[in-house]
Design a protein around this ligand. Sequence first.
Ligand code: PLP
Length: 448
Amino acid sequence: TDSDTWTGQRVKEADREYVIHSWSVQGALDPIPVAGGAGSWFWDYEGRKYLDFQSQLVNLNLGHQHPRLVEAIRQQAEQLCYIGPGFAERSRAELAEMLAELTPGDLKMTFFTTGGAAANENAIRLARHVTGRQKVIARYRSYHGATNGAISLTGDPRRWSAEPGMPGVVRMLDPYTYRCPAGHPDPCPVCTGGPHLEEILQYENPNTVAAVIVEPVTGTNGLIYPPDGYLRSLREVCDRYGIMLIFDEVMAGFGRTGTWFACDHWDVVPDIVTTAKGLNSGYVPLGAMTVSSRISDWLKDNMFWGGLTYAGHPLACASGVASLKIMQDEHVVENAKAMGERLGAGLARLAEHHPSIGEIRGRGLFYGVELVKDRESREPLVPFNAKGPAAAPVGRLLKTAMERGLYLTANFNVLRLTPPLVIQDSEIDLALDVLDDVLKLADEQYVG
Ligand code: PLP
């Protein structure tokens, strides 16, 4: 059959000739041809297995090929693959209803998109319409997506490629306590949130600011957890000036941090939450923007100026419904919390004898390990925005892990440990064993 001629080699050759990969110089790529996956593992055509300690793009929360999730998509495909967004459809209605229940506070109505960026685009536009204001405050250590508005909100250096981008974005500093840009005096105005935001608003004119958008826990850009009180402080300032607070929970939502939503750790409710990734474990492209009761009421009498051919795609929504039910039935959030504790304890043990570990940050299965050349000075193992030879030390560590069957990635000097939420004890322990060896290499070659 034709499929027999598609060897791993053939797949790779066609890929390199015809497929454009994200965020890459195409000629520098050497992608592994993947033949399949199950649970926390995927494998190549030679049968080499890799423990997926990334959940791919931190979206495959239920792991590869969850049988119940695959079956739900199959059933929906048999019943109705597609119907336009103008119709009422079961999987779409059911998922929206479930989201109203699961999301915090009074978050109620949902607009479905095809991913996280589109959810953020719609959140910003809606916040502008609801408030009648234009500006949006976003942070430097952030990633909100690759479309024009979302990449403009994004702080990380990928934004540079799209500038000047969407007008009206004002930047705020991050509560990055380990490397606080304000020098972290006690109490620190940046890391407590409100004072820094207040100062920016004073210069910007609060009456021109529609929204503040933050990842409650920063994902891609270094796994940064805000100090207690930070999000509440932002909430209070936003309330004082009638500004919409938007939480981008695209990466941190749906159990990743050991609670349903990252903001649940601090009991702070946004006006709008955007989600994607873990919403349906990425089996079919899906994102969502869920808005407060107040905005839901506003939408009864005002236009919603947004639309997509695939808004509320039945296959995507059916996989969302199934995904959330699996999470409930199989106690996936509880597993993320328990496995996170095991991972956290293991990492703390590693820190005792690996001087390359500067800081460990995490809850649930959302961990970052900040690598340094020197614990005292906190000099990062590779600098911010390191590329090419400058990034090679971390590249070597990731390659060594891969050779040992552990798939890891990093944001410059921060290793990201974000395995599927269905991972088991033995798999956590296996990853810690490989990490021990990888960190030994880091200590020997790059520390001191
Ligand atoms: N927001 C956050 C926090 C993300 O991590 C991402 C993707 O990594 C996005 C938005 C963009 O989502 P998508 O790639 O589905 O457009």
